[in-house]
Design a protein around this ligand. Structure first.
Ligand code: TYD
Length: 220
């Protein structure tokens, strides 16, 4: 077998990959849940980092405020968790024609590690292309919220939030740069509104992409 034969096919695959992105506490988890409920059985919910045995362990390590992790190792750990999730859960679901809704994906690494941590978006994209065999989202929703408003939402801080508003501002700037570079893939949505209003916009964006792809529109 030649090396080339071992490389996973990228697309086309029948399903759709929808990713939700935003700074910490921008409401991604709530919006992922509402979206999956609205889409019904066709939807498969995943979260990053996590969703596999390796991914959940990596998540614990990455979120531990006591763990000292260098920026490069951090980027590689996220990519390792993503490689597992992509190969074991996301690709098989896409092959079945499902709509995979991922609470964070590739763009989190580009915004947090590439932009905010200063590793460089291109470098971080390169390791992730390798980790996921070039899997790209069909649609990425950016839930836009000012870091001060996000901080005001309360809850316990993890190691990224503990680094304060400056990091979150850089992350948001990174996301905006990514969205501007690839406007056809991104839907920017104002997340500083009641969650039902935000949900309506998220669902509309997803249904538009499903209609173009000829997917079933789901329940509700
Ligand atoms: P998470 O529980 O997803 O945070 P939240 O629910 O507040 O969004 O925690 C994951 C943390 O890891 C979050 O601070 C963002 C960060 N992260 C990265 O830095 N790079 C990545 O590639 C991913 C997936 C997450």
């Amino acid at each position: 077998m030649r090396v080339r034969d071992c490389v996973l096919p990228s697309r086309p695959m029948p399903g759709l990959l929808v990713t939700l992105e935003g700074i910490d506490r921008s409401g991604k988890t709530t919006q992922s849940r509402l979206l999956c409920e609205a889409l019904g059985d066709v939807a498969v919910a995943v979260r990053e980092p996590g969703g596999t045995v390796v991914g959940e362990r990596v998540r614990e390590l990455l979120k531990d405020p006591a763990a000292e992790i260098g920026a490069e190792a951090e980027a590689l750990l996220f990519a390792a968790a993503r490689a597992e999730l992509t190969a074991r859960v996301i690709r098989p679901a896409l092959e079945e024609g499902r709509v995979v809704v991922s609470d964070r994906f590739l763009d989190s690494s580009l915004a947090y590690q590439g932009s905010a941590r200063g590793l460089g978006i291109d470098e971080v994209a390169r390791i992730n292309r390798w980790a996921t065999a070039d899997l790209m989202p069909d649609l990425t929703v950016l839930l836009e919220l000012d870091p001060d408003a996000a901080a005001g939402r309360g809850g316990e801080e993890d190691r990224f939030e503990a680094e304060g508003a400056a990091l979150q501002r850089q992350v948001l700037a990174g996301y905006r740069e990514l969205a501007a570079a690839e406007p056809a893939r991104w839907a920017r949505i104002d997340a500083d509104r009641p969650r039902e209003q935000v949900h309506a916009d998220v669902l509309r964006a997803v249904r538009e992409v499903m209609a173009v792809a000829g997917e079933p529109a789901g329940a509700a």
